[in-house]
Design a protein around this ligand. Structure first.
Ligand code: HPA
Ligand code: ZN
Length: 309
């Protein structure tokens, strides 16, 4: 299997229905159904928000350090089986703090799993853009005592209506702490969101970024500065950002000379882990081994931390 880095992966999006049920039993949490197939049957989404509703609801089963450990350990095992050698992993502390799960539980559980893993893996703390800039700043300050546990900050959750410019200050604070910076932009939002992420948040990588292709000047900038884009093809199909994989703009992005990578985003929800995304591109879009090798090489170039290969 082709060695690769995974750079756009929400650890909470790796919560498989089987683990939802196991953790609910362990924590004595009531679920509307304990039937794995019935849970999976809900995973048909009209857009980003309809996915986020289920994603946040399922997270209620994550309570203890052991839960976060087991979640990350399961992902790292599966990723290793898909050729992943290095992962830079998003997590959403606000989605846990708002349920009364303290930061130390989240950090200790995730970090313990990362330390045990054969992969090299790092954490990126994401702000939930729909909870606003003030709360983002509060969570960053609360996370600074755990500074050695994460390498950067990101911006995720509902995109449209929450432009990057709202988060200027918190990204400035993060930069001052020597943290790397990324943001979801151009998934549902237009190219203007990608411009703002670059110019105002000074991001070093753009998550998704597929709508950047609507603006030739932006494409020229991304190419000239070799700014990586973490594209998630199966996610884009499942969240209807593109009508089908055959319509995906990824081959055109590669032809434009952009530093494109392929990632799984929320694999428990979108029908595949990272190599399943590579395989779907080969099968549905006829992408060649040379193209897929180039994307895999890009993933190492786009990493913040050099993999211990
Ligand atoms: N987009 C925005 N926020 C998210 C996503 C996504 O694909 N997955 C988890 N949070
Ligand atoms: Zn994402």
């Amino acid at each position: 299997m082709r060695p690769k880095a995974e750079l756009h992966l929400h650890i909470e999006g790796t919560l498989e229905p089987e683990l939802v049920v196991e953790l609910a039993r362990r924590n004595r949490i009531h679920l509307p159904t304990f039937d794995v197939e019935a849970i999976r049957a809900r995973y048909s989404f009209a857009n980003l928000q309809s996915f986020l509703d289920v994603y946040y609801e399922n997270m209620a089963v994550l309570r203890t350090e052991a839960d976060f450990h087991d979640l990350a350990a399961a992902y790292l095992r599966r990723a290793a089986g898909q050729g992943v050698r290095h992962a830079e992993i998003f997590f959403d502390p606000q989605a846990h703090l708002s349920r009364g799960v303290p930061l130390n539980v989240v950090f200790d559980g995730l970090s313990a799993a990362l330390k045990e893993s054969e992969l090299s893996a790092e954490l990126i703390l994401c702000f939930l853009r729909d909870r606003g800039a003030e709360e983002a700043e509060q969570v960053l300050r609360a996370a600074l005592p755990y500074r050695e546990h994460f390498i950067g900050v990101g911006l995720d959750s509902a995109e449209v209506g929450y432009p990057p410019s709202l988060f200027r200050k918190v990204f400035e604070i993060a930069a001052g702490e020597g943290l790397h910076r990324v943001a979801h932009a151009g998934e549902e939002g237009g190219p203007d969101y990608v411009w703002e992420a670059l110019d105002i948040l000074r991001v070093e990588r753009v998550d998704h970024g597929i709508r950047a292709m609507e603006d030739p000047q932006l494409v020229a900038r991304l190419r000239a500065e070799r700014i990586p884009l973490t594209v998630c093809p199966l996610s884009n199909v499942r969240l209807r950002a593109v009508p089908s994989l055959r319509d995906h703009i990824l081959p055109a992005m590669l032809d434009e000379g952009l530093l494109v990578t392929v990632n799984s985003d929320d694999p428990a929800y979108f029908g595949g882990y990272v190599d399943d995304n590579y395989e779907a591109l080969r099968r549905e879009l006829g992408m060649t081994d040379d193209q897929l090798d180039r994307i895999a090489r890009n993933s190492f170039e786009a990493s913040f931390v050099q993999a211990r290969l």
